[in-house]
Design a protein. Structure first.
Length: 366
C-alpha cells in the first residue's frame, strides 16, 4: 500500500493531467461506466465555543480506472459573522492544520492500494472542474477574469482557466486587501499577465468575461444584477450565488449531484452548510448554530455536464448568452479519476512510502 503526502502529489500532478482525467471521467459517466456517491456529513457537538465536529464522506469510481476512492474529512467547523454575511472556518486539532484523507481500493481484487493526502489534490480537482466548465461553456474569446477571493482555490482556478482559454487580464477582490495584493503579485509573475487588486466584488466583475467565486462564504458574494451579456460565472459552491440564479442566466449547467436528495429526511438529519445532507447529534440549542441550506429546486432541475457532453442538454449557442457552471457534484468519481493518475505516476517514478498491505487485511470475515 502506498502512502502519498501532499508534497509527493505535487511532484506528479499538473493541471493538464487533472483536466484530462476529469474530462475522460465525464465520458465514463455518459456511458454509464461510473458510480459516484454524493457527500454525506455527520455532526457531533464539541467543546469548542460556537463550533461543531464534522465528519464528511464521499466516494466513487469508474470502470476505466479500476479503483474506488473514499474521501474523508475530519474538521472542527464554525460559521462566524452575522446571518447573511457568514463564512465557514475549519481546522483539525488547531487552526492551520487540516485532515483530509483519500483511500484507494482496487476494483479488480479489493486490495487497499493507497493513502493520499487530499490538500493539493483537492485544490487541483476542484479547479479542474471549473476549468471544464469554462472549456464547454465560456465564450471562445474569453480573456478577462473577475476573481472574488484570493486563497488557494483562486490560484488553482486561474491556472485551470489559463489552460483552456488565453487569459490576459484578472481583477481580484478580497476582504483582505493584503491578501488581494499578494495574489495579484504572485499570479502576475506566474502567468505573465496583468492582475489588479480592486476594492469591491462589484468592481472585480465589471466588464469581465469569466466571473469566478472562490470564497469560504456560505452567503451570496455575486449578485444576479451584476450579470452582463456573454458573461460566464463559476464558483465553489452554490452558496455564492443568489437564489434563482439558474433561471436568470441563459445556460445553467451543474457538475452533477453533490449529495443525496431526500424528500423526507431521516430523524436528526437536515441539509446543512453548502447544502450537504448532514446527520446531526445534539440538543436544539446546539443544532441552532449550524446553517441550514435546503436544496434549491432550480439546482435540482439543472442539467449536468455529462448531460451536456452526451448531448442531452444544450450549451452556449451565442456569444451574447450568459452561462453558469455550478462546480459542485460527482466529487467521489472525480477523486477516483485524479487519484488514479497520481497513483500510477507515483508508482512509475518510485515516489511515496510503502506500507505493508497486511496491516489493512484480516483473516476474520467481516
Amino acid at each position: 500500500m502506498l502512502l502519498l503526502k501532499d508534497e509527493d502529489v505535487q511532484k506528479v500532478l499538473t493541471m493538464p493531467i487533472t483536466l484530462e482525467a476529469l474530462d475522460e471521467t465525464q465520458k465514463e459517466i455518459v456511458k454509464g461506466n461510473a458510480a459516484t456517491m454524493g457527500r454525506i456529513d455527520v455532526y457531533l457537538p464539541c467543546d469548542r465555543p460556537e463550533s461543531y465536529y464534522r465528519w464528511a464522506l464521499m466516494t466513487g469510481g469508474a470502470q476505466r480506472d479500476g479503483f474506488v476512492v473514499e474521501r474523508m474529512l475530519s474538521d472542527i467547523v464554525s460559521w462566524p459573522g452575522q446571518k447573511g454575511n457568514q463564512r465557514e472556518t475549519k481546522h483539525c486539532i488547531q487552526p492551520g492544520t487540516y485532515c483530509g484523507m483519500l483511500i484507494m481500493f482496487s476494483a479488480r481484487d479489493g486490495m487497499p492500494a493507497a493513502f493520499i493526502n487530499d490538500g493539493f489534490l483537492q485544490h487541483m480537482r476542484v479547479a479542474g472542474g471549473a476549468g471544464l466548465g469554462v472549456k464547454y461553456l465560456a465564450r471562445q474569446d474569453s480573456h478577462a477574469v473577475g476573481m472574488i477571493g484570493s486563497g488557494g482555490m483562486a490560484r488553482t482556478y486561474l491556472e485551470a482557466f489559463s489552460a483552456v482559454r488565453k487569459i490576459t487580464e484578472v481583477k481580484v477582490y478580497s476582504p483582505s486587501q493584503a491578501n488581494a495584493k499578494l495574489y495579484a503579485k504572485e499570479m502576475s509573475e506566474k502567468f505573465n499577465i496583468e492582475v489588479s487588486p480592486v476594492g469591491s466584488a462589484r468592481e472585480a466583475v465589471k466588464g469581465v468575461d469569466i466571473v469566478s467565486c472562490c470564497t469560504s462564504s456560505i452567503d451570496p458574494v455575486f449578485e444576479t444584477a451584476w450579470l452582463e451579456p456573454g458573461m460566464h460565472v463559476t464558483d465553489v459552491t452554490w452558496d455564492e450565488t443568489e437564489p434563482g440564479f439558474a433561471n436568470a442566466v441563459d445556460v445553467a449547467i451543474k457538475m452533477g449531484e453533490s449529495t443525496p436528495h431526500l424528500e423526507n429526511s431521516p430523524p436528526g438529519a437536515f441539509y446543512a452548510a453548502h447544502g450537504f445532507l448532514g446527520y446531526v447529534a445534539g440538543q436544539p440549542e446546539e443544532k441552532a448554530i449550524i446553517p441550514k441550506r435546503p436544496p434549491r429546486e432550480e439546482i435540482l432541475k439543472m442539467p449536468s455536464l455529462a448531460d451536456l457532453i452526451g448531448e442531452k442538454a444544450k450549451g452556449r449557442t451565442s456569444d451574447k448568452q450568459t452561462s453558469w457552471f455550478l462546480n459542485l457534484g460527482v466529487m467521489g468519481v472525480q477523486f477516483a479519476a485524479v487519484c488514479t493518475v497520481v497513483y500510477n505516476e507515483a508508482k512509475k517514478k518510485g515516489i511515496g512510502r510503502d506500507i505493508p498491505t497486511e496491516w489493512f487485511t484480516q483473516s476474520i470475515r467481516d
